[in-house]
Ligand binder design. Structure first.
Ligand code: SF4
Length: 106
């Protein structure tokens, strides 16, 4: 079966993809197949990238997030593998928890 022709990815979707790549959620191999994926299933590809993009900054939506005294950016209480700050507080994961396996919808 022939691969569908590559098409230009819309700018808004490319921007979401780039933000995900900066957060470490996609790499160069993902970027290489993006046009083919979009050509094969534009709606599905958009849904996938939008869902991935929603992971960025999700520490603030996590049950383990704490912000005593409105400290910015706040702390994690769920991962003792991160740098210890004080008490039961740890620094937040890189990219705000985008690829954190202990995210818990709070
Ligand atoms: S680092 Fe992980 S466990 Fe901690 S607040 Fe962020 S998403 Fe939650």
């Amino acid at each position: 079966m022939a691969e569908p022709p590559a098409v230009t990815v819309p700018d808004d979707l490319a921007a979401l993809f780039d933000a995900c790549a900066r957060a470490g959620l996609y790499d160069d191999s993902d970027r290489a197949v993006l046009p083919v994926m979009f050509a094969a299933d534009a709606e599905g590809t958009r849904g996938l990238i939008e869902a991935m993009h929603s992971r960025i900054g999700r520490c603030r939506r996590c049950r383990h997030f704490r912000q005593p005294g409105l400290a910015n950016p706040g702390y994690c209480t769920g991962r003792d593998d991160l740098q210890h700050i004080y008490g039961f507080m740890y620094e937040l994961a890189d990219h705000g928890g985008a690829s954190c396996d202990l995210f818990a919808d709070g």
